[in-house]
Design a binder for this molecule. Structure first.
Ligand SMILES: Nc1ncnc2c1ncn2[C@@H]1O[C@H](COP(=O)(O)OP(=O)(O)O)[C@@H](O)[C@H]1O
Ligand SMILES: [Mg+2]
Length: 383
C-alpha cells in the first residue's frame, strides 16, 4: 500500500506576507542552495521583495545570479522583476548575496570594539584561525548575517541557505557552541592558567580548549599563548554581544514568521538526517513548513514493472534477438527499481512523520545553473 503525505504548499508559504524567513536545511549535497535560490526567485516573481543568503553556491549558479564578488552585501539580481531588474515585469525584486564568513566576523568585531581594540583583534593570528577554521563558525556567521538582514528591515522575505556541513543539525548547534566558547566565564577559566604562566599552564590551557574545539589543538608554540592572552583580553569587550545576538537569532528562528524547509534526496542517509532535523525542530519549537524531496527518479513508462521488463529482456537475450530492445528493457528495469527504492525511503520518513507536508522535485537531466533552471525548479516545487 502506498502511503501519502500532506502536500507542501510552497506558494501559500511564499505568498503569505507573514512569512518573513525561510530556512533551507538538510545534509550536504541534497540541493539546499538550489532550493533556496529557486524559492527566492519564485517569491520575487510572485511580487515579494526577497533577499537570498547563499552560503556555497556552485560557481555557475552564483554567476547566473550576478554573484561574482564576495563582498558580503546583497546585490539585485538582473532579469527578475522590473523596472530596474528588467525582468518579466513583476513587482517583486530578488537580491542575492554569498556569505563571507570571515568578513562577517570582522564586521562584528568592528561594530563592537573601539578602533584600536578592533585592530588588535583583527590582526591577531589566533583570531585569524578562529574566524576562518573554527568548526561551526560558518553556521554561526550565517545566523549572524540572517539577524543583520532581518534587523535592516530592507526585505519582506529572507531566504537562507545553510552551510555545507555533513550534519544538518550543525546549523542549530553552532550558536550555542560558539556562544559557549566566547562566553566570558569560560574565557576566564582559560585565562586563569595562562596567568599562572609556565609550561604546565600551557598544557592546562590546551586541555581547556580541547573540551571546546579539537580544531584548536593544532595551535602550538609559545608565541601562541601570548597571542591567545592578547586576543582574549581584547575580545572580552565583545563577548556579551555575541551571546546575546545568538540568543536573539534563535528566537527569530522560533518566531511564527519563520518557515523551515528541510531538503533531502530520496536516499537513506539524507532521509535519516531529515528525520533527525524534523525532530530537533519540534524540540526547539521551531516552525517546520515541510520536506522537499529533491532529485527523485521516475520512469516515463511506469506501467511496465521492473520484473516484467527484466523477464522480457531475458527472453530476448536467450533468443539472441533485438539486442538494443533488451538493453532498453534492462535500463527501464533499473530505473523502476531505483524509483521503488526511493519510494521505500520516503515511506520510512512518512511513517515516522505522517503529518509533515512533502513536495517533490524530479532529478533534472542537468545541473541547475541559471535563472531558467531555477524557475523550473520553483515551478516543480509548487506543483
Ligand atoms: N532536482 C535537481 N536535478 C538535478 N540536479 C540538481 C537538482 N537539485 C540540485 N541539483 C544539482 O546538485 C548539485 C548540488 O546542489 P546544491 O543545491 O549545491 O546542494 P547543497 O547546497 O545541498 O549542497 C548542484 O550541482 C545542483 O545543480
Ligand atoms: Mg549549498
Amino acid at each position: 500500500m502506498t502511503k501519502t503525505a500532506p502536500v507542501l504548499d510552497i506558494d501559500a508559504i511564499l505568498d503569505d506576507e507573514n512569512t518573513r524567513i525561510v530556512v533551507c536545511c538538510g545534509s550536504g549535497g541534497v540541493g539546499k542552495t538550489t532550493t533556496a535560490a529557486a524559492l527566492g526567485l519564485r517569491a520575487a516573481e510572485r511580487g515579494r521583495s526577497v533577499v537570498v543568503l547563499t552560503v556555497d553556491p556552485a560557481k555557475r549558479l552564483a554567476q547566473s545570479m550576478g554573484l561574482t564578488e564576495l563582498d558580503n552585501v546583497p546585490r539585485r539580481v538582473k532579469g527578475v522583476g522590473s523596472p530596474d531588474g528588467s525582468g518579466n515585469g513583476s513587482r517583486g525584486e530578488l537580491h542575492a548575496m554569498m556569505l563571507d564568513m570571515k568578513r562577517t566576523f570582522d564586521e562584528i568585531i568592528e561594530a563592537h570594539a573601539d578602533p584600536e581594540r578592533a585592530r588588535q583583534i583583527l590582526t591577531n593570528p589566533f583570531y585569524q584561525s578562529l574566524s576562518s577554521s573554527f568548526s561551526g563558525t560558518q553556521e554561526y556567521m550565517a545566523m549572524e548575517k540572517l539577524g543583520q538582514l532581518r534587523r535592516s528591515g530592507d526585505w519582506d522575505l529572507i531566504i537562507v541557505d545553510t552551510p555545507p556541513s555533513r550534519s544538518a543539525l550543525d546549523f542549530l548547534d553552532a550558536p550555542e557552541r560558539l556562544g559557549r566558547f566566547l562566553d566570558g566565564r569560560l574565557i576566564r577559566v582559560l585565562m586563569a592558567p595562562a596567568k599562572a604562566g609556565g609550561r604546565s599552564a600551557f598544557k592546562l590551557l590546551n586541555a581547556g580548549f580541547g573540551i571546546v574545539a579539537g580544531a584548536l589543538t593544532k595551535v602550538l608554540g609559545a608565541q601562541v599563548l601570548k597571542d591567545i592572552q592578547m586576543f582574549v583580553s581584547a575580545l572580552d569587550a565583545v563577548f556579551g554581544g555575541f551571546r546575546q545576538r545568538a540568543e536573539q537569532t534563535y528566537k527569530l528562528l522560533q518566531a511564527p514568521g519563520t518557515a523551515f524547509v528541510v531538503v533531502a534526496t530520496p536516499e537513506r542517509d539524507a532521509i535519516r538526517e531529515a528525520s533527525y532535523f524534523v525532530e530537533r525542530l519540534a524540540e526547539e519549537r521551531m516552525p517546520l513548513a515541510g520536506l522537499v524531496i529533491n532529485r527523485l527518479h521516475r520512469s516515463p513508462a511506469s506501467a511496465l514493472s521492473a520484473a516484467r521488463s527484466t523477464a522480457a529482456a531475458e527472453d530476448l537475450e536467450a533468443r539472441g534477438e533485438h539486442e538494443l530492445a533488451a538493453a532498453v528493457l534492462r535500463l527501464h528495469a533499473g530505473r523502476m527499481q531505483l524509483a521503488a527504492r526511493e519510494q521505500r525511503e520516503q515511506e520510512h520518513f512518512m511513517s515516522a512523520h505522517p503529518t509533515v507536508p512533502i513536495a517533490h522535485v524530479p532529478a533534472m537531466a542537468e545541473d541547475v545553473h541559471d535563472l531558467d533552471g531555477l524557475r523550473e525548479i520553483g515551478g516543480l516545487l509548487a506543483t
